[in-house]
Design a protein around this ligand. Structure first.
Ligand code: NAP
Length: 245
């Protein structure tokens, strides 16, 4: 097993102001990386009272990934990039994703936003023989009810992960995905704070619990490390066996 030390490495976590992305950014920071996070609010202090967000020791920049003009105008504040993590995402609960405008909005952020960020940083990642990690979901493989856009966006990301891995291998860039089951965060509040829904979910998880941010972050660190140097194009479930049942 190679070192999990990221000294002199730079990591950008898009969506690093929220639960899973924030945990991933902190895991890289704890392993000596320079970690930068993107979120949608204007300043880091706008996250001060958010229990799901700890920006201490992380560089923060505002970016809406669905705003192509803002991405085009963005000039990186770091001069190298080793790891790009795409952990942003939205969901619209309660059947709202059946409305065409909502469907399109989820696809814009969750899919087009991922591609736009990857393209933006392709050159920097090629220069460092870097790696991309795309946050997917078990929803790519097993549909969550009433989430047509979210499920479709994640299925699309599984394909996009494979295509990018294939096309950018010649640049030395590895591309992998992580597909968590339910992890209590701001995004899943509606389900994770309903004891009946959690119990129903956990009853279908062989390992008998919901996921923790650290379970996802540990895999992200591994995938970015030299120990994963022969892995590309995979989307790996982290779900306590949920997909087995
Ligand atoms: N939690 C789960 O159970 C679970 C399960 C499977 C997969 N996932 C996936 O894991 C990833 C992270 O989920 P999470 O639970 O950590 O969600 P979260 O707590 O809601 O965080 C979402 C992050 O995405 C950012 N974001 C949202 N829209 C954006 C936009 N247009 N441009 C840039 N950033 C944007 C948010 O920024 P702000 O902080 O500014 O809002 C936040 O940093 C997502 O891709 C999600 O689909 C989560």
């Amino acid at each position: 097993m190679e070192s999990l030390d990221f000294k002199n490495k730079t990591v950008l976590v898009v969506g690093g102001t929220g639960g899973i992305g924030n945990g991933i950014a902190r895991a890289f920071k704890d392993r000596q990386a320079e970690a930068c996070v993107w979120g949608t609010r204007p300043t880091a202090s706008d996250y001060q009272d958010d229990p799901d967000s700890d920006l201490e020791g992380l560089a923060f920049e505002q970016m809406d990934v669905s705003d192509q003009a803002a991405l085009d105008a963005y000039s990186p504040s770091f001069d190298r990039l080793d790891v790009l993590v795409l952990s942003h995402g939205i969901v619209m609960w309660g059947g709202r994703e059946y409305q065409p405008d909502n469907f399109k909005r989820v696809m814009d952020v969750n899919v087009a936003g991922v591609l736009a960020c990857c393209v933006k940083f392709q050159e920097m990642l090629a220069a460092s023989a870097g790696t991309i990690i795309i946050l997917n979901s078990v929803g790519a493989f097993r549909s969550n009810p009433k989430l047509p856009a979210y499920n479709a966006s994640k299925a699309a990301l599984e394909s996009l992960t494979r295509t990018l891995a294939l096309d950018w291998a010649e640049d030395g860039i590895r591309v992998n995905g992580i597909a968590p089951g339910m992890v209590p965060t701001r995004m899943t509040k509606v389900a994770a704070e309903d004891p009946k829904r959690v119990a129903a979910y956990v009853s279908r998880v062989p390992l008998g619990r919901t996921g923790k941010v650290e379970n996802v972050a540990d895999l992200a660190v591994f995938l970015a490390s030299p120990s994963a140097s022969y892995l590309t194009g995979l989307t790996i479930p982290v779900e306590g066996g949920r997909l087995l049942t």
